[in-house]
Design a protein around this ligand. Structure first.
Ligand code: FES
Length: 63
């Protein structure tokens, strides 16, 4: 994945790669990814963006 080391959530230092890893380990919803990574539990500004990111990754996995 390009941008793997880019941070998606700055408050909690959650990179794109960490989100992808959480999904690979079985997280199927944004809530489950949040439980595993802690994203979005600071300022909350990243939440909407990361939800789209997660949907994209899930969609890519299906195809
Ligand atoms: S950037 Fe994710 S909670 Fe602030």
């Amino acid at each position: 994945m390009k941008n793997a080391n880019k941070e998606a959530c700055h408050c909690k230092n959650v990179t794109y790669a960490k989100i992808q890893a959480a999904i690979r380990q079985g997280a199927k919803t944004p809530e489950e990814v949040q439980k595993r990574t802690g994203y979005g539990t600071g300022c909350g500004q990243c939440r909407e963006f990361i939800q789209y990111l997660i949907q994209d990754i899930l969609r890519e996995q299906e195809s």
